[in-house]
Write a protein that binds this ligand. Structure first.
Ligand code: BGC
Length: 743
């Protein structure tokens, strides 16, 4: 019986794999056949990407001939062309070309298309992989219904310096969490497989190490050891490849003196070589041409040569390929097979997307209308936004607020704006009613319709004008409770938005002081694209919610959390510093030979004489309206062999009065190695939901993969010896500890 089932399985399996194989072969054969018909100029055309004129996400080069070039088959892809109408118009031009090769339409769908989700850093604070996959899924469904084939997301750059404005776009500082999120986001965008009508190609960016720009200044150089590159910065990219990411984008920075765009070690040896990546690599905006400014190429021609040799397949907006590549081939400086390989990678994706069967299949206005107005999307955005909020402080359980409060003053520059809730990298859809964004004011009204709500702006995000303080203090004086919403305007974090000071901007912290002086119960909401510094507020105000930029449902989600309809469960994906002088700061640092024994020691220990080493808020930190107790840690053994594992189990109890979610975090420390190891590293986590009083068991498995690292010869593997296992509610709140040995 068993045998029969097994042989049936084998027949089925070989049928399936031969079908998959023949499908693959058909696409390869079609690509080869098409390639044979192409002129050199048409091949270079496939490697050329232009921006549309409606939006610019970088410095545009004026080119009045774009449309005729498309008609002549000299353009492979457009970015910033969106909506069924415009994408169809452009595709019609491509269909007039000799070989009728369809255009690919790419766009930065970073945290939503019409429905906007929390910025990626905020979503990372949810530690909810399913939620992040869902938000990418919905973003893909909306974008794909609007003619888009390809998103330039996820950004999987590890970032440890919040002065860098683009921390808002990634998953934060941690490699393990970042890799899990990279995998989920790629899956979300691409769905089960490329070609789904509600899916877009993902693009893991920026390859590589862009997040480590020196001093947190955007586009700056990166100087990094091989070990740090492999151990900290590359794993999320590898996770994206494992998830099947169709494309990669290289980056603006130089890495140890070689621009990433012209870096064949990164693109050929690692990505297309060691990792076997079959998709294509697009340059970042103008980054091929920028190799001239870097001083890596003397002109555009040399830059084009460096880029194609290094494995950059498509040129975004620098015209370096269009102007030079054919000539370079004719001069025999570039072997045509390099160009062919790049073209094949791009054509393959166009086939996989089904564009040769129907170039307009993503441009259906009826489907677009339906997808962009699906009420389920707003509901999901509201839930994910609530999950992304982090409760930083809640003295005397001031939160949640009672819905019976009679008069509430809602004060601050973030109360009434719409756009600012979106944050950076929101898609600007033309003719869209801004009313679909729920302002924080609207959200409060929706929640407590019966209460008297008072409003005062108080001050602006920036500047030193305090004229509005008196009105704000008066409003606070008349209220039973005050909510103060402050932070960063939508464009204060993002690309080219590095800041040397990440303190709360302008006079906002003075406004906090003035309102706090009224003695009224005060809740502060901090809206921002990065970790900010707000020491006075943190030390003096009883309740603080970090609300990031939460997207189109910000108002409703914030109200849900303020009044306890959602119990906050977010945990910080980045360390919050006390001062900029600590940057870069991250929890998984080395111990040094002279670790400070406590926060006061300064003499001949690794410390600052004017500041504590510890952060203001640590990685993994976030409170709840309830409390959790950890107990009964058990290990299935205290010795492990490389091919074995240890089962770890514990109980978590909700010891408070309301249901809540906890992120149970597992950290490991390798006590001694052939190279020094971090004081702790996140290796697993579970997000669990518990009713009041409920206890749930949590299980983890420690196997060799969790103990492995790059040894002194940069070989990946584990080393025998002792390990410390730490389980806690944040990186600085370890509740249970045990030790074990790898033998
Ligand atoms: C950014 C990329 C983005 C591209 C296209 C560049 O300036 O670095 O992340 O995808 O523009 O908008």
């Amino acid at each position: 019986m068993k045998k029969t089932a097994f042989s049936q399985f084998l027949i089925f399996f070989s049928f399936m794999s031969s079908t998959a194989f023949s499908l693959e072969r058909t696409i390869d054969q079609k690509v080869d056949a098409l390639l044979k018909q192409m002129t050199l100029e048409e091949k270079v055309g496939q490697l050329t990407q232009y921006t549309g004129d409606l939006a610019a996400t970088g410095p545009i080069t004026i080119n009045p001939n774009k449309q005729s070039e498309i008609r002549n088959g000299l353009v492979g892809s457009m970015l910033n062309v969106l909506g069924t109408r415009y994408t169809r118009q452009y595709q019609e031009l491509a269909m007039q070309s000799r070989l009728k090769i369809p255009l690919l339409f790419g766009l930065d769908v970073i945290h939503g298309y019409k429905t906007t989700f929390p910025i990626p850093l905020a979503e990372a604070a949810s530690w909810d992989l399913d939620a992040m996959e869902l938000s990418a899924r919905i973003s893909a469904a909306e974008a794909a219904a609007s003619g888009i084939h390809w998103t330039f997301a996820p950004m999987v750059d590890i970032a440890r310096d919040p002065r860098w404005g683009r921390v808002m776009e990634g998953a934060g500082e941690d490699t393990y969490l970042g890799s899990k999120i990279a995998f989920s986001r790629v899956r979300g965008f691409q769905g089960e497989k490329l070609g789904g009508i509600d899916s877009v190609m993902a693009c893991a960016k920026h390859f590589a190490a862009y997040g480590a720009a020196i001093g947190g200044r955007d586009y700056n150089s990166v100087d990094m050891s091989e070990r740090t590159l492999w151990e900290t910065y590359l794993p999320p990219f590898k996770a994206a490849v494992d998830a099947g990411a169709a494309t990669f984008m290289n980056s603006f920075n130089d890495l140890n003196g070689i621009p990433a765009t012209g870096n064949s070690y990164l693109q050929r040896d690692i990505l297309k070589g060691k990792w076997g990546f079959k998709g294509f690599v697009v340059s970042d905006w103008g980054s091929i041409g920028e190799m001239v400014s870097h001083g890596y190429a003397k002109d555009g021609k040399e830059a084009a040569l460096a880029a194609i040799a290094a494995g950059s397949d498509m040129d975004m907006e620098s015209n370096a390929y269009r102007n030079n590549l054919a000539q370079l081939v004719k001069e025999k400086k570039v072997p045509v097979k390099l160009v062919d390989d790049a073209v094949k990678r791009i054509l393959r994706k166009k086939f996989e997307l089904g564009l040769f069967d129907d170039p307009y299949r993503f441009s259906d206005p009826e489907r677009e209308q339906k997808a962009l107005n699906d009420p389920a999307h707003a509901l999901a955005a509201r839930e994910i936004a609530a999950k992304s909020i982090v409760l930083l402080k809640n003295e005397n359980n001031l939160l949640p607020l009672s819905k019976d409060i009679k008069t509430i003053a809602f004060i601050g520059p973030m109360v009434k704006p719409l756009r600012d809730n979106h944050g950076f990298w929101a898609v600007e859809l033309k003719d869209m009613d801004p009313g679909y964004i729920v302002s924080q004011w609207q959200g409060l009204q929706n929640k407590v319709g019966g209460a008297t709500l008072l409003y005062a702006k108080g001050c602006d995000f920036e500047g030193d004008n305090k004229d509005g303080f008196a009105e704000a203090v008066a409003a606070a004086g008349r209220a039973d409770a005050v909510i103060l919403s402050i932070g960063e305007r939508w464009n204060m974090s993002g690309e080219a938005k590095s800041r040397s000071s990440i303190h709360l901007p302008g006079v906002q912290e003075d406004l906090v002081k003035a309102i706090q002086a009224t003695g009224k119960p005060l809740v502060v909401l901090i809206n921002a694209g990065r970790p900010l510094i707000f020491n006075w507020t943190a030390d003096n105000v009883p309740a603080i919610l970090y609300t990031w930029w939460l997207g189109s449902q910000a108002g409703n989600a914030i109200a849900d959390v303020l009044f306890g309809d959602y119990n906050p469960s977010g945990k910080l994906p980045m360390t919050f510093p006390r001062e900029e002088g600590q940057l870069p700061i991250y929890y998984d640092h080395f111990n040094t030979g002279r670790p400070a024994p406590d926060e006061t020691a300064v003499n001949y220990v690794s410390a600052y004489i004017d500041l504590k080493n510890s952060p203001k808020f640590p990685f993994g930190y976030g409170l709840s309206y309830t409390t959790f107790q950890y107990s009964d840690l058990k290990l299935s053994g205290t010795e492990m062999k490389r091919d074995g594992n240890i089962e770890v189990s514990l109980n978590v109890t909700n010891t408070g009065k309301v249901a809540g979610e906890e992120v149970v975090q597992l950290y490991l420390r390798d006590k001694a190695g052939s190279v020094v190891r971090p004081v702790m590293q996140l290796k697993d986590f579970r997000k669990i939901k518990l009713a009041a009083g409920e206890t749930k068991p949590v299980k983890f498995i420690i196997d060799n993969s969790k103990l492995s690292f790059y040894n002194k010869n940069l070989e990946y593997g584990s080393e025998e010896g002792g390990f410390v296992l730490m389980i806690g509610s944040s990186s600085a709140d370890i509740r249970l500890k045990a030790e074990f040995e790898l033998k």
